[in-house]
Design a protein around this ligand. Structure first.
Ligand code: HEM
Length: 127
């Protein structure tokens, strides 16, 4: 993992013209070599340079692959005094696991139930 530590001030004062360095979730990344490869374009990364990009990074909803890839660019972490709480957003699809838990009327069971009742009624009345 990260062996070097940096203060937030050090990152803010980094020579951003020659290098692109930012913080995501208290980890410091140097993405200078990644700029041209970034699928989201080099501009957003350059713009984030010297800053804490945690929120912007999270807003994009980066994939698992992106999170694996970023490990390559870690140069260190933020010193203990400058750390902030890592906020993790819960993406909507994680909350829809209870699908099918809807009321009886809105689930697939209702039309099936209705079909059975009508069939039974039909055979009872006309059978
Ligand atoms: C080391 C840091 C980063 C890595 C390795 C990385 C990697 C990637 C990858 C692999 C994608 C393709 C989509 C995906 O797999 O999620 C992507 C898309 C994108 N990224 Fe990053 N990213 C990094 C940092 C950032 C930051 C800090 C921002 C914003 C300030 C950003 C903004 C975007 C945007 C806007 C897209 C395009 C999304 C789209 O086309 O829908 N990325 N990034």
């Amino acid at each position: 993992m990260a062996e070097k530590t940096f203060t937030r001030k050090q990152i803010a004062e980094w020579d951003n013209k020659s290098e692109t360095v930012f913080i995501i979730d208290n980890i410091v990344y140097n993405v200078t070599k990644f700029l041209d490869e970034h699928p989201g374009g080099h501009e957003v990364l350059v713009h984030a340079s010297g800053k804490d990009a945690s929120e912007d990074f999270d807003d994009v909803g980066h994939s698992f692959d992106a999170k694996e890839l970023m490990k390559k660019y870690v140069i260190g972490e933020v010193v203990a005094e400058d750390r902030v709480e890592v906020k993790k957003k819960h993406v909507a699809w994680e909350d829809t696991k209870t699908e099918g838990d809807n009321g009886f009327l809105t689930s697939w069971k209702f039309p099936v139930f209705l079909g059975v009742v009508v069939t039974l009624l039909y055979s009872y009345l006309f059978g």
